[in-house]
Design a protein around this ligand. Structure first.
Ligand code: DOR
Ligand code: ZN
Length: 346
């Protein structure tokens, strides 16, 4: 039984770093674990254009503690009014790595999202030409669709169409949560991949709802029934190049989560690698962790793998009950638990 694992430095292909005091409070947690991260643009107001992405990138770099190397990879938030030429320019200038599709009102700060995906055709065509990756929040928002079905319905109604109409567009089904999603990605060509969060590997909907409602286990897409969690664990640990690490770390102040209308989002950045590695250990797949965490993402995005390495060692790490971020406190994923692996060096 291996007691230590050294891998190329991983990247996080989906993270929410926020802005202002919250950004200052959380960015180091991600930068300690990851070399690069795809930074989500759902600020208020959202980051919808290249100039705004460039300015946000500079704010992220300025919020890093001195000497901590970290490269934010920026995304633009697609709206009904996105200018395709601006995206193409942003990609050409090296500012934008991807653009994010939020169906309108799917999640936190997504009110400006896309109201009719078919109307995005000129934007998606331009992205396909320019080689700009499309990151998708894959849930429909129609009131009549049950929230546990929203991912599967999105795949049928929209994702199939996107992949068919834009065969060379690189598409990431972000934070896949269902067996349907896994099967769709596996059956699609090499232009389609998915990120998987640690929480969807650890939690099913019982973990959120049985014995009391646990707001800190609530995120979107919501955790599904056990068979879906098992499918996700299989996909993540399968060695398939189509699945890679994306934490969807989404910090909210404790009081906004523990509320009569609690926010969606799980803050997993402080111990993300430890959390994922426990799953790979339980699945007997330690030898596949490097592909998932450090190799598959760069290959899909057409970026080099990181030169540096990190080492994780067996031996517990205690996750604190809460983490301070500026004036506020956040309850991290695994709060109060002991994880079996810990990051020894970066
Ligand atoms: O749970 C979530 N929180 N899911 C998302 O898609 C957005 C995120 C956030 O920004 O809080
Ligand atoms: Zn997200």
């Amino acid at each position: 039984m291996a007691d230590s694992l050294t891998i190329r430095r991983p990247d996080d292909w989906h993270v929410h770093l926020r802005d202002g005091a919250m950004l200052h409070g959380v960015v180091a947690h991600t930068a300690r674990q990851f070399a690069r991260a795809i930074v989500m643009p759902n600020l208020s107001p959202p980051v919808t254009a290249t100039a705004a992405a460039q300015a946000y990138r500079e704010r992220i770099l300025a919020a890093l503690p001195d000497g901590l190397p970290f490269e934010p990879l920026m995304t633009a938030y697609l709206t009904d009014h996105t200018d395709p030429a601006d995206l193409v320019r942003g990609k050409g200038e090296g500012v934008l790595t991807a653009a994010k599709l939020y169906p309108a009102n799917a999640t936190t700060n997504s009110a400006h999202g896309v109201s009719d995906i078919r109307h995005l055709a000129p934007v998606l065509g331009a992205m396909e030409q320019a080689g700009l990756v499309l990151c998708v929040h894959g849930e429909v928002t129609d009131a009549e669709v049950d929230m546990f079905d929203r991912e599967a319905v999105f795949i049928d109604r929209h994702l199939q169409w996107i992949v068919r109409e834009f065969p060379a567009l690189k598409v990431v089904l972000e934070h896949v949560t269902t067996e349907d999603g896994v099967q769709f990605v596996e059956a699609a060509g090499p232009t389609v991949a998915a990120t998987i969060t640690p929480q969807h590997l650890h939690l099913n909907r019982n973990a959120m709802l049985v014995g009391g409602m646990r707001p800190h286990a609530y995120c979107l897409p919501v955790a599904k029934r056990e068979r879906h969690r098992i499918a996700l664990r299989k996909a993540a640990t399968s060695g398939s190049a189509k699945f890679f690490l994306g934490t969807d770390s989404a910090p909210h102040p404790r009081h906004d989560k523990e509320s009569s209308c609690g926010c969606a989002g799980i803050f997993n950045a402080p111990f993300a690698l430890e959390s994922y590695l426990q799953v790979f250990d339980d699945e007997g797949a330690l030898d596949r962790f490097e592909s998932f965490a450090s190799l598959n993402g760069p290959a899909f995005y057409g970026l080099p793998i990181n030169e540096a390495t990190v080492t994780l060692v067996r031996g517990g790490v205690q996750v604190s009950d809460e983490i301070a971020a500026g004036e506020t406190v956040i309850v991290p994923f695994h709060a109060g638990e002991t994880l079996r692996w810990r990051l020894a060096s970066g």
